[in-house]
Design a binder for this molecule. Structure first.
Ligand SMILES: [Zn+2]
Length: 231
């Protein structure tokens, strides 16, 4: 079994579990670095970390066009329902739900969350996936927090295969804290996210990857928008 992760730019990912494609935080048409348009996205389920526009801008349109089930918190689920999105699995922190190829657990994140129209969007989250025989942690937008040690702790003798971490700074962890996150999470592979979209979150991701690998915990790989890695 293998899983292919594709970064389409900013914090948007397509994760092919072998049993279906998961779309994380759809932000395409207004994203200056997106590798594709919202109208061209095919997916079977959509995972949402929080309500900010750079994570939900194309959510309702893609959910309606594809019929993909949306996994999100209760408040974002209510907001989607008001826009005619019917296939929603509302959840909350600590909860787990089925996705194609396995399961997705809603994890903690330290951030804020409101929807583009000002609607309250509940708590932000990360996602811990057990899909296609791989364990993948998507931190979402967050500060560094010590529970990452718990999230990365091996279960059933299996630790994390992949950690997707924001490195852009300013609105999330920057490169130093993201390197510390790798030390806590201990994934086999670390992938940077949420950087390079606009000047305020520009980062030297290659330098970050070299620093991560010098730490001896994980391999780090920098993808260009549209790039993929299979684990
Ligand atoms: Zn963001």
């Amino acid at each position: 079994m293998s899983v292919t992760l594709t970064w389409t730019g900013h914090a948007t990912w397509l994760i092919d579990t072998g049993a279906g494609v998961l779309l994380v935080d759809p932000f395409f048409d207004e994203c200056p670095t997106a590798s594709m348009k919202a109208a061209d996205v095919a997916c079977d389920a959509i995972l949402v970390t929080h309500g900010h526009f750079d994570h939900v801008a194309d959510l309702a349109a893609i959910a309606k066009r594809t019929g993909a089930k949306v996994l999100c918190n209760w408040e974002i689920g209510q907001w989607l329902g008001g826009q005619g999105v019917a296939n929603v699995q509302p959840m909350n922190l600590g909860g787990t739900a089925a996705v194609p190829g396995g399961r997705a657990k809603m994890e903690l994140a330290w951030h804020s969350s409101s929807l583009p129209d000002g609607t309250y969007a509940g708590n932000p989250c990360g996602w811990l996936l057990d899909v296609g025989g791989r364990r993948i942690y998507i931190a979402g937008d967050t500060a560094l927090f010590s529970d990452m040690e718990r999230i990365g702790r091996p279960r059933d003798a299996r630790g994390l295969d992949v950690a997707i971490l924001p490195i852009g700074d300013l609105f999330t962890m920057g490169t130093d804290d993201a390197r510390e996150a790798v030390r806590l999470l201990r994934p086999k592979l670390a992938l940077p996210s949420h950087y390079g979209t606009w000047p305020p979150i520009e980062q030297d991701a290659a330098a970050w990857a070299r620093d991560v690998e010098a730490g001896g915990v994980a391999v780090a790989k920098v993808l260009a928008p549209g790039g993929s890695v299979t684990v």
